[in-house]
Ligand binder design. Structure first.
Ligand code: URA
Length: 214
């Protein structure tokens, strides 16, 4: 399986990602296993999402000689978790990129209207000089994702990637219409949304599955 990539959407088809995702989808998978798998998958997705970070060189001395060694250019990147489920993805990414700056956007989905309601926003400064990776495991209707990206742009972000575990065709289309400049990286493009805005076949409520709530 090779990655499916368009300018706007990358589906990470690595066998480890797909295998772990299948276990996460299984309703009999425990909260502890779900959490561990999400952390593991997020490391693999972080590898993909940072693939095109620009490199510069830095003069160092190895024990043998001086050399110009590759180093990531520019300011530390910003990771922004869309609460609460975004935190599960973010923990793993931070293991790989421990120097990243971290922000949080509190959004919940009104169960009646399915529209996002913002209740918290704290993001790193100088977003205009950083790659900003917004993380939310589920790109479902796209309403909260679009609102989150609106807010990040208001706060100055110009270079944004949206990272999720599962996406729906409806969510991808909504994001593409509202934010065509924001690429999406995901492990799967699922079939559709149900009447409650849940991704099918999906994995259920990501926050509930990762925190053991109902
Ligand atoms: N949020 C979830 O946690 N799951 C879905 O399927 C859709 C939105």
């Amino acid at each position: 399986m090779t990655d499916y990539t368009t300018e706007h959407l990358t589906i990470v088809s690595h066998p480890l990602v797909q295998h772990k995702l299948s276990i996460m989808r299984d309703k009999n998978t425990s909260t502890a296993s779900f959490r561990r798998l999400l952390r593991e998958i997020s490391l693999l997705l972080a590898y993909e999402v940072t693939r095109n970070l620009p490199l510069t060189t830095r003069r160092i001395d190895t024990p043998m000689m001086a050399m110009d060694a590759p180093a990531i250019e520019g300011k530390k990147l910003a990771l922004v978790s869309i609460l609460r489920a975004g935190n599960g993805l973010m923990d793993g990414i931070l293991e790989l990129i421990p120097a990243a700056r971290v922000g949080f956007l509190g959004m919940y989905r009104d169960p009646e209207t399915l529209l996002p309601v913002q209740y918290y926003c704290k993001v790193p400064e100088n977003l205009d000089e950083r790659l900003t990776i917004a993380v939310d495991p589920m790109l479902a209707t796209g309403n909260s994702s679009v609102a989150a990206i609106d807010l990040l742009k208001e706060k100055g972000a110009t270079n944004i990637i949206f990272l999720c575990l599962l996406a729906s065709p409806e969510g991808v289309a909504r994001m593409k219409a509202a934010h065509p400049d924001v690429p999406i990286v995901t492990a799967s493009l699922d079939s559709h949304l149900d009447d409650h805005g849940y991704i099918v076949p999906g994995l259920g409520d990501a926050g509930d599955r990762m925190f053991g709530t109902k």
